[in-house]
Design a protein around this ligand. Sequence first.
Ligand SMILES: [Zn+2]
Ligand SMILES: [Zn+2]
Length: 265
Amino acid sequence: MSFKFCSLFSGSSGNSSYIGTDKTHILIDAGLSGITIEKSLKEVDLDASMLNGILITHEHDDHIRGAGILSRRHDIPIYANVETWEAMKDKIGSIKSRNIRVFENDMDFYIKDINIQPFDIPHDAVAPVGFCFFNKGKKISIVTDLGHTNSRIINTVMDSDLVVLEANHDLEMLRGGSYPPYLKKRIMGRKGHLSNEDAGLALVKMIKGKLTHVLLAHLSEKNNIPQLAYETVTEVLEENGIRDGKDIVVGMTYRDKVSNFYQIG
Ligand SMILES: [Zn+2]
Ligand SMILES: [Zn+2]
């Protein structure tokens, strides 16, 4: 009986994570094709037909591409807030009315034995959210696609056992890279994405809780390198007296492959 998590893939090219218990199986976002997601689930011995729900953080394509197909093919409910439903409904195609589920930010709800708390995050989508998940005293949180952190977000996730946190870009790579100026500005903006350094600084605050595992997520393909993200974050942690492998375990998610499979509790 444990709380399970893995990232199927993560990055600007597409995002989807699995969270589950023995009874319950949930996807968070479905940002690549239905077939790709089904294949990734098979790698961790799961079948898409077992899914009890697909939760959507926000309507950007890298989070919703496969959601409609999976819902139609396997009769899976999709959960999003009303603003996100409005923004994504034309992109994901027709969904059976019984599979259209609406949550409210800051109002928790259950899918079977998993309690879910959606909370606002600052990002340039209509009503983007992060999620906290609870089962048997354990807590897993997902916070990606946010331009900055604030004390409300830190407090919301800080007593998690595992946090999936965005480390989107290296600032120097982004500044010196090939993206057009408007896009660089968007990514660096208050409603854009967290840099590696931002992620490290956020973690220093979060770690004051019982946090033991963090997974770095949503890495940019063009403006980041996994090793650089890892090194920047662990350097910021070390500067603050926090050691990887001792005080916290820093893990990675990948753009094109499934992460480690975590079992908590
Ligand atoms: Zn986004
Ligand atoms: Zn995204």
